[in-house]
Design a protein around this ligand. Sequence first.
Ligand code: XIL
Length: 367
Amino acid sequence: MTPTRRGLIGGLCAAGLGAAGLGACGRAGEGQAQAEPAPSPTPPLKSFARFPVGCAVSLQHLNDPSDAALVARHFSQVTAEWEMKMEYILRDDGGFRFDAPDAIAAFARARGLRLFGHNLIWYAQTSPAFARIDGEAAAFAAAYRNYILAVAGRYRGQAVGWDVVNEPVLDDGSGLRDCLWSRNLGGADYIRRALDHAHEADPGAVLLINDYNLESLPRKRATFMRLVEGLLKAGAPIGGIGTQTHLATDLAGGAVTTATRDLASLGLPIHVSELDISLNRDRSAFASLAEKRARQYRLAHETAAAFAALPNAQRFAFTLWGLRDTESWLRSPKENPSPPWDAPLAFDDAGRAKPMLAALAAGFSGR
Ligand code: XIL
């Protein structure tokens, strides 16, 4: 039975979900006895899960004490949203800068949070340092290995895992993306090499391939799964699958559940790696804001429940792609140049828990 928004929220309000319940149940005092005790603070999201619950963070946000406190309270893992990517680390002259990623790693270590590395190789981010040796096979291959050894090696024993290659599959599912890496190292070979170099750098890290729209594009998912199967058969050190799960509220109910089960059929651990649920990307006609919010609640619950239903060995982690709506990449000037402002995350601009948090908690805990 599809949980109704009110039913679940009502239940969680009774369970004292605090701000989340309060926000969803209406303000305390409206039609409620004033004498009722103030709600306890929202219970930590991670307390509802028997697996790591992650959040994408940036140093800028972690330097805000209220954000740092919310991250430490609700999550057990962090992913650097930007500062562990090649665009940040690899300078144009070929040098490295690790100040921000080291600070994020230190934040995680100081609070006993897992650190997840994102990402080593991505078609969308190269560097002049590599462009200068484009086509020089031996130099390019050596620099590629050196970069991966330097980055994954630096966080050896700290990062629990890495998105070794990000977004390798074409959206139409017709094959792998053509990119600087594939042109110099071979179509799937750049992926295999990256996995081997990352394993050499940190044999204890779980190495994943990560992609998006695997729930909404079945053909892309099938191609992604063939890629993973091929890597497994070839003995590549792949240890998991990242499904980014950037959703829009017009996604059909059941699609996430189908995709989760399909991906899990390969037997590898699954990382819901970048969950956000966009209201603005909903292309359905005439859907009211209230309806989109109800859809967001249902999709959050479905995604959490589908992941929680996996065998324990396949629940790598469940990560939200940000803390507050205002900090979401979907609120960047490029993605959201004018109102209505998107609200894709579990905490509102002021850092208050939204019904989406209650939905996730309910999904994690089988309610
Ligand atoms: C995005 C970040 O959220 C932005 O802050 C940054 O400017 C661009 O990258 N899929 C991914 C992420 O794997 O790395 C992207 O993150 C969002 C899409």
